[in-house]
Design a protein. Structure first.
Length: 216
DNA sequence: ACATTAAGTGATT
DNA sequence: AATCACTTAATGT
C-alpha cells in the first residue's frame, strides 16, 4: 500500500463517510480500486464493457451521447460525489456503455466492481439510498438537457454551457475553442462564432483565441 | 518565412 | 440556424 493510495483513501473517507455507513465504507476501502485520471483521458467509450462504477471525489467527467458517425451531444457532467447509476442499471442487462465519458478536469475516484455494486444494494441501506438518489439525479439532469434543447435558443444554451463549465473549474477564463463548443452542442463553428461575437457586444463575455472570459 | 489552426464574414438556403 | 466559400488573425516550426 503506497503513500498515494493512502492519500486517495483519506480524501475518499472525507467526502463519503457522511453519506455511506461505516461497515460499507470499510468494505469499499478493501475492494475498491483507487485511482487518479488526468483531464482529457477517455474513461469509457460507446460499446465498452463496463466492469466498474466510479465514485468520484474530485474532478468531473463529460458524458457524451453519439447519434451517428458525426453527431455528438454532451448530456451532462459527473462531479464530485457523483457516480453513474445509469450505466450500472444498463450493465445488468448488456454490460455495454451507451455513452462516452471523457475526463474533463483531473479526476480522483474509487472504482467499485459491478458484482459488489449489486451485492451492496441488498446489504446496505445507505448504498441503496445513494444509488437511487444518483439515478434520480441523472434523470433530472437529462431532463434539464432535453428542456435546454427543446425550449432554449442556442444563445441561451451557450451561456449555460459556459457558466456551468466555469463553475466546475472555478475559473472565469475558459480555455476552449469555438469549435469545441460547437462539437459539444452539436452545431457548427460558424454559428458559435457569430453568437460569441453577439455575447461579446452585449458585454457578457470577452473572447479571444483559445479563451473566453465570463463577465459578471 | 511559411504552414497550420482559430476566428470573422457575406451570401445563400 | 446551417452551410459554403472564402478572408483575416494568431501561433508554431
Amino acid at each position: 500500500m503506497n503513500n498515494n493510495q493512502l492519500i486517495l483513501k483519506e480524501k475518499f473517507i472525507k467526502y463519503f463517510s457522511s453519506i455511506l455507513e461505516e461497515d460499507l465504507m470499510n468494505e469499499i476501502l478493501e475492494v475498491g480500486h483507487f485511482d487518479t485520471i488526468a483531464a482529457g483521458e477517455l474513461l469509457v467509450d460507446v460499446g465498452d464493457n463496463l466492469t466498474h462504477i466510479p465514485l468520484i471525489f474530485k474532478g468531473s467527467v463529460k458524458i457524451i451521447r453519439h447519434i451517428n458517425e458525426d453527431g455528438e451531444l454532451v448530456i451532462y457532467y459527473l462531479k464530485t460525489g457523483d457516480t453513474c447509476a445509469i450505466s450500472f442499471i444498463n450493465c445488468i442487462e448488456s454490460k455495454k456503455s451507451v455513452f462516452e465519458g471523457i475526463v474533463e478536469t483531473d479526476m480522483e475516484a474509487c472504482f467499485i466492481p459491478l458484482d459488489k455494486v449489486d451485492e451492496w444494494l441488498v446489504k446496505y441501506k445507505s448504498w441503496r439510498r445513494y444509488i437511487i438518489d444518483s439515478y434520480h439525479f441523472r434523470l433530472m439532469e437529462m431532463l434539464a438537457s432535453i428542456d435546454g434543447l427543446a425550449f432554449n435558443t442556442l444563445n441561451e444554451r451557450i451561456l449555460t454551457y459556459l457558466t456551468s463549465m466555469s463553475e466546475r473549474s472555478n475559473e472565469n477564463v475558459l480555455h476552449i475553442t469555438h469549435q469545441q463548443i460547437a462539437n459539444d452542442l452539436n452545431t457548427s463553428r460558424v454559428v458559435i462564432s457569430r453568437i460569441m461575437k453577439q455575447l461579446q457586444n452585449e458585454g457578457k463575455i470577452v473572447s479571444s483565441r483559445n479563451n473566453i472570459e465570463l463577465l459578471e
